[in-house]
Design a protein around this ligand. Sequence first.
Ligand SMILES: Nc1ncnc2c1ncn2[C@@H]1O[C@H](COP(=O)(O)OP(=O)(O)OP(=O)(O)O)[C@@H](O)[C@H]1O
Ligand SMILES: [Mg+2]
Length: 459
Amino acid sequence: MTATSIKDVLKSPTLFVMKILGMKPLRYQAEFLEDNSPKIIVVGGRQIGKSTMLSWKAIWKAFTHPNEEILIISASFEQAQLVYSKIYETCRNNEFLSTHLQKITLHETRFDNGSGIRCLTAGRKGTFGRGYSATMVMFDEASIIPEEAFVSLEPALAVRGSQLIMSGTPMGKRGRFYKVWESHFHSREWSAYQIKSSENPFVSRDYLREEAQIMTAEQYAQEHEAVFLDTVGRFYPLDLVMDAADDYKYSLERKKPDGSFYMGVDVAHMGTDETAIVVIFVPKDDKHLRTEVSYAKTLLKSDILSSSKEIIDTARAMDCELIMIDKIGLGAGMYDILRATFGNKVRGVVLEGKRRESAYNYLKIMLENHKLRLNINDTKLLYQFGSYTMKESVSGSLRITKDTSSHDDLVDALVLATTALGATLNYVPFEGLGELFTLEEQYIQNMLKRGFPKYLPRT
Ligand SMILES: Nc1ncnc2c1ncn2[C@@H]1O[C@H](COP(=O)(O)OP(=O)(O)OP(=O)(O)O)[C@@H](O)[C@H]1O
Ligand SMILES: [Mg+2]
């Protein structure tokens, strides 16, 4: 490389990525890299290389400009680690960059020009201590980062000439990410990108066709066409779901001995259905009944015997107190198999009519009363809450309807797990425990606020 060409390479982030990092940015990645607007918003489909281009921009900026402080904020610890490990590996293993490293730790990469990059987790509270000052702040997965994180980092960006970047896949018309996206149509303050999955040459048409088959039209529009959707009419409002989401990891081990695990099993029925299992955990003697989803999995499509083996292994590993299974259709066969292994720890329920409504309501009430923690890393489960809507029936009453073309198996399994919990509390009835009793919603709300009593009176 001649002296002039090195200068050119360092000046252009695209050339830098190509010549020094040895990668080939896609067209929209190059456009983003070259954009030095003070405010940039990227709204993109899944897996189009958003996080990758953020990390490239960070490395280029830090390496070629002195005294830059760059923060990359992710929604979860896992995601922040993923982004940071890419930066760490790239800088350490690159012959050219590594000679200019001043310091490289598991949290921070700093060059000898005084510039550094840090990757932080927003978490659910989203607050950062004071004392961060930054010349560039990038929010990865901005749609699931809580409002507080944006507010808390605003003072950090007081530096003149600083850059603010928000990037992510849409998650409903809500939150800061959406507001900024909306505002860019009215003001020219933000440089905005909207990138569909189909614009990524690595994403095959076949894959997108398959996705279109298993998702609702709305979900496809959101995840692959990068469109913000209305959230009205949802039975589980998006804010309710996102408020319950917290940053933690699923584990199959029984790491928490002081409490009980309840499992819900939703067996595949139709062609596109999948069998799903969800395990929830309730701490022992917790009057406030703060439960969390400890494990959730969609099983690969296979015969009932191999699925049952996996369910049995999971229930054993977590030593589940009770396993609730929907006995409709193939569920009946699974019920028999599980029953043969676990005896009366396995309960069957037919979630239809009022029983179904009250089971879905029960889950909603738990969320409304902050009784259930969901895993922010399990976007599949979080998204599936969107398949349930409220529709007015002929008689004028509101009914919960489910989009049959989409996957909602995990939420159904979760409903069954909370039904299992309810069953031990003698709330939601199940086979063998008598008739269905419907409780006034307000009554349940009050109960939840006061802490769950062991037994609720029958009406
Ligand atoms: N220009 C490129 N050339 C080759 N591979 C790329 C390129 N850009 C991204 N990738 C790869 O594509 C995959 C997806 O990239 P990345 O994780 O950055 O996407 P994303 O949009 O952040 O995805 P998600 O929506 O899941 O967060 C990764 O394996 C990444 O290494
Ligand atoms: Mg990403």
